[in-house]
Structures are given as C-alpha cells and as structure tokens.
Write a protein that binds this ligand. Structure first.
Ligand code: KG4
Ligand code: ZN
Length: 336
C-alpha cells in the first residue's frame, strides 16, 4: 500500500511516499530554519506563509523522487495535531484538496505519535508494549505504547519542552537557532562538572517534566543575577562549559524519569523520537542506565513526512479513516 505523508505542523514542510508503513520511497523536507534563525525562534505567521509557498513543490518532488504519480497513491496521511494552527491548516487543507479531487482516503494523525512511529522505520521488529518518549522543540511526553496507534500518556512537561530549553538557552548564549545541534557540538569533550545545573522534578513522584527553571538558570549564569546587565556575555570557553552542563542536566532528567517508568511498569524497551533524539549524549546515557532504547535515524528524528505516512498506514489497516471534515487542532492532547 502506497501512502503519501504530509507534515507541516511547525517549521518544516515535508512530504514522503512510504510503502506498507516501512519502505521509505521518498522523503522531502524543506526546513525554514534559516528564516526563523534571525529571530531566535519560530515566528508562526512566517511559518504559515512559507508552508503555503512550499507545499505544492514539496509534494510534487516527493512523488517524483518515489517514481510515482498521484494516481498510484492509495492513502493520504497528514499531521492534524498538535502544532501551530496556521501551519497545520496548510497541510490539512492541501491533503483534503487532494483527497477530494482524487477520491483517495485520508487520515489525520497526531504529530507526537508520528515521532514515536519513526522508530519503527528503523526497527520494524520492535514489539509492544513499550515506553515511548517524544522529545522535540514543542513536546516532552512519556507514553506507554500498546501498538503503533495506541499510546497512553503517563507524563509530560509542565512548562517548556526539552528542545525548547536547548533553543532558548542557545538564544541566551547568542548561538542561533535551533539550539540543540550547536549546544551538542560545543559541549563535545568538555568537563561536565564545571557548570552544574539542577535536575528539576527528578525526585518528583509523577512522570512529568519541567525545563523552564533550567532556562532561567542559564539566563542568570550568563546575564548575572537579576539580569543586571542584559548585554553581558560570558567567555567562549565558559559558554562551552555551560553547554556541556546544560546538555548533561537535560539528558539526565529525560533518562532518570524514563528509568523510573521502566522500573514501575516493568517495561525496559523505549522508543525515543523527536528532534532531541538526535542527541548523542542522550543516546549514551540511555545505554549507561541499561535501558533498551531505540532511536530513529537522525533524519527521521526531526520533523518529516515519512513518519506521518507510516503511522497513517497503521490507522488505515486498523479500519480508521477520516473524512473531509478533518480539521487542524493546535493544542496538545490531554492525558487520557
Ligand atoms: O521534532 P522537531 O524537528 O520539531 C518539533 O516537533 O518541535 O524537533 C526540533 C527540536 C529543536 O528544539 C532542536 O533544538 C532539537 O529538536 N534538536 C536537538 C538536536 N537536534 C535537534 N536537541 C538536542 N540535540 C540535538 N542534536
Ligand atoms: Zn516534531
């Protein structure tokens, strides 16, 4: 079964063609990183406008790369939630237009669940139940997954997401956007004990996370207590140590919380998805705690259409289908 996946929830316009939920025949990703970089974060209005410009060529290229024409697509899968509503609307409206004109079935999927599905592209043998940790720029959520399409939320961030913490810290440090890759690079080989940050909520009995305090700690470290001098910057060497200390704290929080869930539920397999899953230190730390963690290839950690196509396939196989009343929903889902 040939599925066309469309993703436009944030700052990447992506389309992919995936066969039977496994074989990625094409995956085109157009990132708006450079556009938003000068603002140090994503500007929603700009993101929507860029998606409108990009959606047609990106889908055309995905079909061309896969060596197929639209008529050969069996199903259209699109991210419907969560994300920037204007950005989501571009993908959802375009997908509905395609479904209407071609008569093909359509399915709207959850972006966070799609991040977890990305693991299955690399590890189709991964079975259930397993834990799912979605760590991206907008979300930090922990699930118990009982199938590709069933995920019970057991914990989530109460404020900033892990990726957002990397991004905001990078902005404070004057390192540009997105923050994760550059912080990982600068942290490489540094002594992580030089700059130490508090591991928030690690002792808490819930599976929730909190990262906004870490961002504030970096702000005070760089600009001084009470932000006495907004122009102040620390030395390049100190910056690298702050990057290392921050990355260590973020990774420790993610791994220790997941470990707690592994112990409580007796589930030692974890699918980790989302942009932060690219982080090598995070991967090492999971290993060091003897958790059997599965990560997608980096290109499938960040936003992409392939994970959306793959997840849509499994919904369709289970008998789920949407109609043309499918709508974009901006807000994060609530605990079920
Ligand atoms: O999943 P994604 O592409 O978009 C969202 O759904 O948010 O994730 C983007 C996030 C950004 O916050 C970025 O800083 C982070 O993933 N990220 C990383 C790394 N690469 C991307 N964080 C830590 N280490 C990385 N190597
Ligand atoms: Zn994402």
């Amino acid at each position: 079964m040939i599925v066309l996946g469309i993703e436009s929830s944030c700052d990447e316009t992506s389309a992919a063609v995936v066969e039977d939920g496994r074989v990625v025949r094409s995956n085109i990703v157009l990132s708006q990183e450079k556009l938003h970089g000068r603002f140090g974060g994503i500007v929603p209005e700009l993101a929507c406008r860029e998606h409108i410009k990009a959606i047609v060529p990106v889908v055309e290229l995905a079909l061309k790369d896969a060596g197929i024409v639209l008529e050969e697509v069996d199903l259209i899968s699109v991210t419907k939630t969560p994300g920037l509503v204007g950005a989501l609307l571009v993908g959802v409206s375009f997908a509905k237009g395609l479904a209407l004109t071609t008569g093909k079935p359509i399915i709207g999927v959850d972006h966070i669940h799609a991040h977890l599905y990305a693991v299955k592209l690399a590890f189709p043998e991964l079975d259930y139940p397993c834990l799912g940790l979605a760590v991206s720029g907008g979300h930090t959520s922990l699930y118990i997954s009982s199938s590709e399409i069933e995920h019970k939320l057991i914990g989530a961030t109460r404020d900033d997401a892990a990726g957002e913490c990397f991004d905001k810290a990078a902005k404070i440090l004057g390192l540009g956007f997105p923050g994760g890759p550059v912080i990982e690079k600068l942290a490489l080989g540094r002594d992580t004990s030089k700059e130490q940050f508090y591991r928030s909520m690690v002792e808490d009995s819930s599976y929730d996370f909190s990262f906004s305090g870490l961002k504030t700690a970096v702000l005070y470290r760089v600009k001084g207590q009470n932000i006495s001098d907004p122009e102040r910057q620390i030395s390049e060497d100190e910056k690298k140590d702050v990057c290392a200390g921050l990355q260590e704290a973020i990774c420790d929080i993610l791994v220790e919380k997941t470990l707690k869930a592994c112990k409580h539920f007796g589930i030692w397999k974890v699918a980790v998805g989302g942009g932060v899953a690219c982080n090598k230190r995070l991967r090492e730390k999971f290993k060091s705690r003897y958790i059997n963690a599965f990560f997608p290839e980096p290109k499938y950690c960040t936003d992409n259409g392939a994970m959306v196509a793959g997840l849509g396939y499994h919904f369709y196989k289970s008998g789920v289908q949407d109609d043309l009343y499918l709508d974009a929903i901006a807000t994060k889902q609530h605990r079920k």
